[in-house]
Design a binder for this molecule. Structure first.
Ligand code: 9D3
Length: 262
């Protein structure tokens, strides 16, 4: 069980993502708990003002410190072990390793910045960790908070049903091999014969080779950090030799010659 509290100016943005699909089922089964906290509920003035103009001038608005401080202090008073995470473009990049680390925390408070961000004194004195989901500009931390909840939740035992999360795309540091389903023949393109062979050893080897090939072609940067066995290194050597001149850069529709693999 992991608990997510989300502090936001826009609680309505979180309605559907957590009330559909896998995350809804995880909540219903008590595997995750998600609470949406409205920053305005922690304001003390009649008009519930949560943001203000930046000192020194500049465009946009900044989230005022007092409501955020009150909300964070209340969460810490209730649970001193809560981990307070600010979503902001200045944060460290959220990746699978960060998701795995956060899955080990029992309780996260995700603070969503908006407009031009939050008052620096909150970042300095109330926040444990600052995360960004990548180098592109969004309108706020709400979608990033949902990304964090999604990536962390699927690592909680039982959320996926089967324990698929162990052996997926990023664990082990390589991409997933191509997948096929029925029909066997689609627009003249056959499913690789080895996948229909029933030879599980051959299938496992084929998939590992394809995973390594796809990673080598599209994300060679990942191979430097991946955990590779001696067999993996031999497969990669084969791929490098076979892939002369057709390595990184082939488009998704290009013929990959997978049928010859048995
Ligand atoms: C003018 C400087 N901008 C920083 C690039 C200001 C700014 C832009 C957008 C401040 C906040 C935002 C809103 N974005 C987030 O709060 C945010 C975010 C993002 O924009 N990209 C990737 N990850 C994240 S996490 C939070």
């Amino acid at each position: 069980m992991i608990r997510f509290d989300i502090l936001t100016l826009f609680p309505g943005m979180f309605r559907s993502p957590f009330e559909e699909s896998l995350l809804r089922r995880a909540r219903e089964r008590g595997l995750i708990e998600v609470r949406i906290l409205d920053v305005r509920d922690f304001t003390a003035d009649r008009h519930k003002v949560a943001d203000d103009y930046p000192f020194g001038g500049g465009k946009g608005m900044v989230l005022k410190p007092e409501p955020l401080a009150r909300a964070i202090a209340a969460a810490r008073a209730e649970d001193p072990a809560v981990r307070v995470i600010l979503l902001s473009p200045q944060g460290a990049h959220f990746d699978q390793a960060a998701a795995e680390r956060l899955a080990g925390c029992g309780h996260l408070l995700l603070v969503c910045g908006h407009y031009e961000g939050v008052d620096e004194r909150i970042r300095m004195h109330y926040v444990d960790e600052e995360l960004s989901i990548g180098d592109y500009v969004l309108t706020g931390g709400e979608l990033p908070a949902m990304v964090v909840v999604d990536a962390v939740s699927r690592l909680v035992p039982g959320v996926l049903g089967c324990e698929a999360s162990r052996e997926d795309s990023f664990t082990g540091g390589v991409l997933a091999p191509p997948q096929y389903t029925r029909p066997r023949m689609f627009e003249g393109q056959a499913v690789p014969a080895v996948l229909l062979s029933g030879n599980h050893e051959a299938i496992t080897r084929y998939r590992r080779r394809e995973a390594l090939r796809v990673t080598w072609e599209r994300r060679p940067d990942l191979l430097g950090r991946a955990c590779l066995s001696v067999e993996d290194q031999a497969l990669l050597e084969e791929i490098r030799l076979a892939g002369n001149g057709q390595g990184p850069g082939r488009g998704p529709a290009a013929d990959r010659g997978a049928e010859s693999w048995t």
